[in-house]
Design a protein around this ligand. Sequence first.
Ligand SMILES: [Zn+2]
Length: 448
Amino acid sequence: MRRSAARHTSRTTGPTGTRRARALALIALVSILPLVLASCGEPEPVDRRIMLIGIDGLEWDLMKPLIDEERLPAFARLLEEGTWGEVHSLDVLESPVIWTSIGTGKVPEKHGVLGFVKHGDRHEQTPVTRNVRRVKTVWEILGENGASVGVIGWLATWPATPVNGYLVSNYFVFEQPPESGRTSAITFPEGLSEDLSRFVVREDDVDDSRAAEFTGEEVPHEGPERVKFDALKGFIASDETIRRTGLHLGGAMPVDFFTVYLRAVDSPCHIFWVDSFPESGQGATAESIELFGEVIPRYYEYMDEVLADFLELADENTTVIVTSDHGFEGPERVGDAYHLGIRMHDPTGFIAFAGKDIVAGGELADASVLDITPTILALMGMPVADDMDGRVLAEAIDPSFLRAHPVTTVDTYEDGDGDISGESDEEPIESPLDDEVREQLRSLGYIE
Ligand SMILES: [Zn+2]
């Protein structure tokens, strides 16, 4: 990251000779007047790593009692050592839309990803793909400015396009095993997916006994309970694949900006909510409540273990961000009807910052999913773009860092003038995995 900040400095301060002379003068000053340097000189390059952990559907109302019962020690550590709060989502509570806003700092009208499938595309229902997004992500901006990046599992990142590091697209968990070669560009570099195939966990790889850790050791053998039990195995397989892949890459290929996306608590909440809260909807039976009533809190415990593993990768130079895209509040009742799918989502999720240059014990009162990218840029000492729609969450950041690295702005990081709106012209790209992706979206109530 030193390199990138230097590049940015050279763009804004003119010829290298002038810069060098100024740098020498500053070096002379630094030994006697560090405070002068901090307040008057050019910002120093920022030496930092960022780890952004995305967990779909984290709901504070579910987390709080579990933290109080000391069942989520890794999350509790974040709260104690960091700054956290609820995060406001968008009007549209479809995950690919929100995650793209998290990763770009821009509203959907600008980034172009407007749903799980392209709107108006009710027949084909091709899952939304990378090409539909028409603005840059924070990892692309950082990469173009010299930072190395690693991106794992983010929605709407297939087909994988080049980054300054590596990218494992969201189709990696569907391509089982990856070496089956049903589609290309699962990862960047392309050959990475084959190397990572040993970390793939399939639904069939999850033993009944593993899934039974979520059901009080009970294993249903037939009927609708068995169908739900197998769905649970699928969720574990997907998250375990990302956990193992992410821990391997994060450990073996350290980067300046590392991010991982977990489907995590969102999927179990869709399927098992009525068993935890039978009065909130329809369909729970005495048997299903007995079997599945504790799946959701146990899945939070599982995610806490996964979080703890990733936090192990963070060194003293790392700033950690954990965020969800939305929360969860169960079926929406209108008259006698219960609406599922995205209408089970709560428009506020959970966000926490911790680690280097983060205020300990701070609270975020008014954070938005749009603020995450601007805040990452500020933490990296880079300008925020005026065409981004969020703000820097300065209340989370150590004031001494912001004094040394005041937030600056540029018009845009886009190649054009950044002045775009409306639906993307790009059609989603079809893939042999589409039937499986659609089946997953259907099972969660997202599409018909
Ligand atoms: Zn959901």
